[in-house]
Ligand binder design. Sequence first.
Ligand code: N01
Length: 544
Amino acid sequence: MNSLQRHPVDAHSNRPTEFDAVVAGAGFAGLYMLHRLRELGLSVRVFEMGDGVGGTWYWNRYPGARCDVESMQYSYSWSEELQQEWQWTERYPAQAEILRYINHVADRFDLRRDIQLETAVTAARYDENIERWLVETDRGDRVSAKFLIMATGCLSAARVPDMKGLEYFRGKWYHTGDWPHEPVDFTGQRVALIGTGSSGIQAAPVIAAQAAHLYVFQRTPNFTIPAWNEPLPAEKQKEWKKNYAEHRRKARDTRSGILYEYSQRGAFDVSEEERQREFEARWARGGANFTHAFNDLFLSKKSNDTAAEFVRNKIRSIVRDPKVAELLCPHNHPIGTKRICVDTDYYKTFNRDNVTLVDIRHSPIEEITPSGLCTRDGKYELDSLVFATGYDAVTGSILRIDVRGRGGRVLAEKWAEGPRTYLGLMTAGFPNFFIITGPGSPSVLTNVVVSIEQHVEWIAACLRHMKENQEDVIEATPHAENHWVEHVNEVAEKTLFPSANSWYMGANIPGKPRVFLPYVGGFNNYSKICNEVVAENYRGFTFG
Ligand code: N01
């Protein structure tokens, strides 16, 4: 018997060391998982790196941080009381409001007593003799659990690129995904913003309004659609809440888990005038709804080009300096194949006298100097650097934990050529190890809260099934996994997605295998498959 088994309580801390389940992460996924595990009567310990709950919304406190899914949809649906009582204030929720919401959930459902903060899971080893996971943390915890559930988030391993000289920079530097908790004041400063994905595009207008000068260092321009964010009137909310369950049901029956106006027409089913009218109308309504103007925008390059050119023309009409406008126009990927951004005044920001766009595609950053940075062709004196350079997405937060399954097999080695999962939920050779919104599931292509709920509910139902049938171990078969990986790739290949060098493809991390990480077959189809698997007695899984 392992020592952990003999000492169910740690002698020093007096804390229990044996649980039915350990959950890594206390964001949207970890909190709901905890709630459902408790309902099953299981003992649970959640380990969370931050000193508060909230995951992404705990870390991403950068200026302008806001969700690009509307408030009424980016929230839990599993408690009617909760969704009725919580009042949102804006069409798109700001980071602080989402963090307040998630803290409210933690209190309302009394979740905190099973969450250990400021504690990162560092290693987990499956002990086949006792059929338990032995979990270690950076705080020296050594605990065992029958089930180990990764609720580590798809976009939580922030990445600062290797930049020569960064350690000698005399000013302050920040990453959007690991922002300080105290306010950062850029007043009077010369600030560099490196990166123009969703984070950089949201941060630029806010930093520009404060800083003496903002330099935006752009390697690849991205497409962004205006949010037209606005206050959310109480009346409108009340109306929505009358049919909340029905709205949620409809959303779950869509490809992205979000209520957009999904067109049934292809871009060339209509005349040029009608196409432009449709794009204009969607631009005026704002948000990612734009990319659903026609049903073939992700499938046909020719159709996609019409949407891309519409946005490029918008950029040309907003940005006064034609050279700057042209530099902001994306040409190297179809619109939407890199995550579409949703902004507030991004393009207008480049009309300000205190903002300079720097093209680092043609003149790359060579080094950070003590007082700024040098590109191949220029030298910039700076007080602060802001990295909006993204994440080791989807797999990064799992693989930074040393996970070892049957026979001591290392997960990072198993996934060396790209992640392999069955349904994005489990990976063969790693029994009782679940991933919430893992690679091979729709996750980041959807309203992630909807995907989280579906995974949590699937896992909870599975554990209930095991309890009722006195099963101790569940595992994905290699055969089912191979099929699923093939299917995930096959579906992705039919779309334009793999043509972009995006983080969806792992292309932003040097050395990361080029594999399309999420499942693009649609949330509605995917959840149907998950239900069928259950109905067919957990097809592709073995129990023991
Ligand atoms: O990160 P990104 P993000 N030198 O990877 C550049 C979600 N999110 O944090 O494209 C110079 O998209 C990189 O350039 P390139 C959302 O899912 C949601 O912005 O690799 N530049 C790119 O411009 C989103 O997609 C919300 O050439 C470098 C940028 O940094 C995801 O999070 C808000 C570089 C990184 O863009 C990630 O978004 C924020 C280097 N060495 C985030 N390395 C909302 O809900 C990278 N770049 C609204």
